[in-house]
Design a protein around this ligand. Sequence first.
Ligand SMILES: [Ca+2]
Length: 327
Amino acid sequence: MIRCFSVIFLLLLQYSHQQDTVGGREILQHLSVIMNARFAVLDRRLNHMASMMTDLKPQHDQAHLEENISNIENKLIKLEESMIHLKSNQEKMLQNAVCCDGCGNGSFTCSPGYKGAYCRTPVCSDDCGNGECTSPGICTCSPGYTGASCRTPVCSNGCSHGECTSPGICTCSPGYTGASCRTSISIESDCSGSEGFFVAPGTRQCMKVIWDPPVTWEGAESLCRSQGLRFAKPQDAAALNKYLYETHGGKDYWVSGRGTGSGGWQWADGEALPLSDPLWGVGEPDGTSRDDCLCLRSWSSDIEAGTPYYDRGCKYYEYPICEVISN
Ligand SMILES: [Ca+2]
């Protein structure tokens, strides 16, 4: 019986030794707490048993003694099972680690393609842009992106005469419009080719007001983009404003100017819109510039004064003016 316990005890010591050479420091600390507790139980049991053996007398209740021994044996078997379980867990945790000979006890290094405290973080040579590195060298892309580094946006319907520049958004080549850039538009013949377009007076800009329910300034930008158009930067805003007033009455529209947040203004393409521009309405811009966007105010007084520019909170709802992308 004692020999049997000794064999199990040695087996446990061997597991302990193996864990010491394979495991990471944190895991070993954790395991060592558990193992010490279990060894303490084992120790108490063995002492108890030894004292019983010493006190063994012929008249001792043999059945009672055997029951005790059997209990200890069962506990040892359970202990061994839990050690095997612990070892298997540890191996799972460190499945991407390799032993590091000569690095000292408890040292390990990660297998190629993995990193991190437990070697569980896969490594991709590039970062995965719009995705996540899910196994060594493999990026799993977020919806809307593809490519080895998840940097290529996907337009599921294609972009016939244009380029897919964001998920589901085509930027059309000059002279084309539509969500998939399939509609050709001729600036030479009054923007003919698609409904709703007009040549902005005095320019060669093909423009379109989107007469759906009004939207915020950012909503306007994305509505234009969703139709393969650019958020408008009018070349002659006063003439455009007059044209809109004559064709649609007094309304307000969004165009692509915006406050920079530090008192200045600029167009979406980065060009500055000076505060000294004579097209500003009287006293405009008069907002905080922190969240102000450029509105064309097409009222009779603005038409008369030739001052279409007004700043307005970007969350207001107005009609977007878009334009066909040109060179
Ligand atoms: Ca204002």
